[in-house]
Write a protein that binds this ligand. Structure first.
Ligand SMILES: Nc1ncnc2c1ncn2[C@@H]1O[C@H](COP(=O)(O)OP(=O)(O)OP(=O)(O)O)[C@@H](O)[C@H]1O
Length: 300
């Protein structure tokens, strides 16, 4: 389990992480999302003892990372796939991780195989690796000590579709075997498929957290509706006691379900050109809505 409690990081007057509290549970993948500069990497760095917090605490398995005996055996970390030594071969990087973890030589070969690097590829120097290959190597290194916890910053970055599919299976199996995964990503479609729980931050503060199911089903039920006579539509809905708001695409969100909405339009003789049930939230919509005040660009 990962426990983050009132964690705060200030750089001078700037607060990068602001009083963040959440738990990543065993057996679950927790997706950690936020716009660029929201504070995700800073929080992960604090969790792994690389950046001291200003206040609050971050613990793994009930201990600070720095206090764990041989942390590689408890927590697999990949914060920056590009940070591996460029002059070493993939095989050397993994052999070193294996040595620190006290792993057998067969584990090194097993992990190479698990992440889909060929023996020929592991003989190449890391500087000649593609980003996707570095990610695979980083994940192999993180798994080397057979840890119960994985902390991965943007692990899907640079992976091709087959690589993303592979990673989804790997992390799903890892969690199904009782592992705890905290992963940050900008690939919202992937997070929606992989993660069981979500923590979303903006400007260092939590803007939403909970299970994926809860967060995606929290949208109010109703209809999406449109008419050639929009003003009449607005008046008809309001006269029926409904609320109606215009969407960016010009149609309207109404808090009446389609059968009721259709009846209201019929009674008011308003011809409709569109009537359908509102979709569930998808993760991208939820992300854009919840982080719009903290995003870098205005969302149009
Ligand atoms: N050492 C530092 N000194 C000053 N400011 C810093 C330092 N490290 C990070 N920051 C600032 O803290 C904020 C959060 O940065 P962080 O890298 O954690 O964001 P992020 O959510 O990981 O972003 P991205 O999605 O772009 O990777 C940014 O505004 C960044 O400039």
């Amino acid at each position: 389990m990962i426990q983050i409690e009132h964690l705060t990081k200030r750089y001078g007057n700037f607060t990068a992480v602001d009083d963040v509290t959440f738990t990543a549970q065993p057996g679950r993948v927790t997706g950690f999302l936020g716009p660029n500069g929201a504070g995700k990497s800073t929080l992960m760095r604090m969790l792994c003892g690389l950046t001291p917090p200003t206040s609050g605490s971050a613990t793994v398995l009930g201990m600070k990372y720095a206090d764990l005996p041989n942390p590689i055996k408890h927590v697999g970390v990949m914060l920056d796939a590009a940070a591996q030594h460029p002059g070493r071969t993939g095989a050397e990087v993994l052999a070193l991780a294996g040595l620190i973890a006290g792993a057998s030589k067969s584990r090194v070969a097993e992990m190479t195989d698990t992440v889909g690097l060929t023996p020929a590829e592991t003989k190449r120097r890391v500087k000649d690796y593609s980003l996707g290959m570095r990610q695979r190597l980083g994940i192999a290194g993180a798994l080397m000590g057979d840890p119960k916890i994985l902390v991965l910053d943007e692990p899907a970055n640079g992976l091709d579709p087959a690589g993303i599919h592979w990673m989804r299976g790997l992390l799903g199996d890892y969690a199904a075997n009782g592992g705890t995964v905290l992963l940050s990503s900008h690939l919202l479609g992937e997070v929606q498929v992989i993660a069981h729980d979500l923590v979303m931050i903006g400007h260092g503060k939590i803007v939403a957290q909970g299970s994926m199911q809860e967060l995606l089903s929290s949208k109010e039920q109703g209809s999406v509706v449109d008419s050639m006579t929009r003003q009449d539509l607005v008046s008809a809905v309001q006269a029926a006691g409904g609320t109606i708001t215009q969407r960016p695409d010009g149609a309207f969100d109404v808090n009446l379900l389609p059968p009721k909405m259709g009846q209201v339009a019929l009674d008011a003789k308003v011809p409709l050109v569109l009537l359908r049930e509102r979709d569930q939230n998808n993760l991208e919509q939820l992300f854009l809505t919840l982080t719009q005040d903290t995003a870098r660009q205005e969302i149009r």
